[in-house]
Design a protein around this ligand. Structure first.
Ligand code: LLP
Length: 423
């Protein structure tokens, strides 16, 4: 997968297509995805499970483009969703409902109803209030809802605080010591079928031990549940495996799955995982053009046509994304620059104090590792139409989401009559 985006005689290719050729036809900025990269990362997961029962549920929040989802659905994966909108996308792109799991701390009544009506595999339930609502809605619809409880194992995932979820102080899940009681209550509830247990401890984890610690806590709960006569079919261990953005070294999907299987102690529960970033992250880049170079004497700014509205991660988490010219010239000298967008905020940057070969107006730059939490976190801030999305397969490419137009920007907006009537 590492060489899906590669330089050939100084020019960046995605699979067999020159990125420059796509830019010529599509304009910039655009997200560019390699279908091969998506499939190969997914296969790494699937292969590693071998004959252990499993379901890989792609985390839709990481990349929810219909073409990406369809690619995943066609490989037999499931989907991990967190909203009615994601349910809509997942169904529309071809995931069968029975391969969809619904996570999230605040599911609304209409969302719960839509998911029950669709017949999803299970809800990952975060609180007793939510459980009661799911039960009520299931009965109103004359159906039963399958659930697992999302427990909060209170392990430190050692990641950015904004994307850490498995600590007791986080809003997610149910404390392990309350879970047993929750299962007991759920067992007696009409409209509810208990089928699993779930946890998700955080994102961009580059060490396997927190996953194993979380699994150990889940396993000890299984023993207690067993003694209550509650037997589960599924253990959902969430997503969270990290990727290499810069110098970090992340375990491979295979190493991750093997670590989990090594600690199953012969248990044959079906394992659900919810990977997003580790499949999508390095399967996509963001391509942008240089608008201007601005030298203030103290700093050199490379102003590009992608901004924090397109890729929020640098501004939001001070995340590092590698950035290189799409066309590299020989031994061009490197200079330290800030790569910034046109948005009216000093927090609008893609990179700061970054060494970059000298570039000029019109040059194309590639922002790497932008396939996950790139487009899905983009916005229209500063009334900027959102970028196009393009997918490559071998020698072909397709625009899988058109660049937004000005009309898209004002879709649904209306000036009420009364503003025109005067006073
Ligand atoms: N399952 C649940 C319940 C989650 O909350 C998440 C991510 C995942 C699965 C997928 O995690 P992954 O495998 O992608 O790490 N916007 C942040 C990441 C937020 C992740 C939120 N939850 C970023 O750009 O780094």
């Amino acid at each position: 997968m590492d060489n899906v985006f590669r330089y050939q005689e100084g020019e960046l290719f995605c699979e067999d297509v020159a990125v420059r050729d796509i830019a010529k036809q599509v304009g910039t900025p655009f997200f560019l995805y390699s279908s091969f990269a998506f499939c190969s990362r997914l296969n790494d997961y699937v292969k590693a499970f071998s004959d252990h029962p499993h379901l890989v549920c792609f985390a839709v929040k990481s990349n929810s483009n219909l073409a990406v989802l369809n690619l995943m659905a066609n490989q037999g994966t499931g989907a991990d969703i967190v909203s009615g909108g994601e349910l809509f996308r997942a169904l529309r792109s071809g995931f069968p409902a029975e391969r969809i799991v619904y996570s999230g701390v605040g599911k609304t009544v209409p969302e719960i109803r839509e998911a029950i009506a669709a017949g999803i595999l299970m809800f990952n339930v975060e609180s007793m209030q939510e459980l009661e609502e799911i039960s009520r809605q299931a009965m109103l619809l004359g159906k039963r809802a399958r659930i697992s409880f999302r427990v909060n194992p209170d392990v430190n995932p050692q990641t950015h605080p904004y994307i850490s979820t498995g600590l007791r102080k986080n809003k997610f899940g149910m404390p392990v010591d309350m879970a047993l009681e929750a299962y007991k209550i759920a067992k007696g509830m009409d409209g509810i079928d208990i089928i699993g247990i779930d946890c998700h401890i955080g994102s961009q984890l580059t060490d396997l031990s927190p996953f194993v610690d979380a699994l150990e806590r889940v396993k000890s709960l299984l023993v207690d549940l067993d003694s209550l006569g509650i037997r589960l079919d599924y253990i959902d261990i969430g997503g969270g495996l990290g990727i290499r953005y810069h110098e970090e070294s992340a375990p491979s999907p295979g190493e991750y799955v093997r670590a989990i299987l090594d600690h199953m102690d012969g248990l044959r529960h079906k394992i659900i995982i919810e990977p997003g970033r580790s499949i999508a992250g390095n399967a996509g880049i963001l391509v942008t053009s240089v608008i201007n170079i601005k030298d203030t004497g103290t700093k050199r700014f490379v102003i590009v046509d992608a901004a924090m509205n397109d890729l929020a991660r640098p501004s939001l988490y001070e995340a590092y994304h590698a950035i290189h010219p799409v066309c590299m010239e020989g031994n061009a000298a490197q200079v330290a620059v800030d790569i910034v967008g046109p948005i009216c905020e000093s927090g609008d940057f893609l990179a700061r104090d970054r060494l970059l070969p000298r570039v000029k107006k019109g040059d194309l730059l590639s922002v790497f590792s932008a396939g996950a939490y790139g487009f899905t976190m983009s916005s229209n801030y500063n009334s900027r139409p959102r970028a196009a999305e393009v997918m490559v397969r071998g020698k072909e490419f397709a625009v899988v989401r058109a660049r937004e137009t000005y009309d898209d920007l004002i879709k649904g907006e209306k000036i009420p009559d009364w503003t025109c009537k005067g006073s």
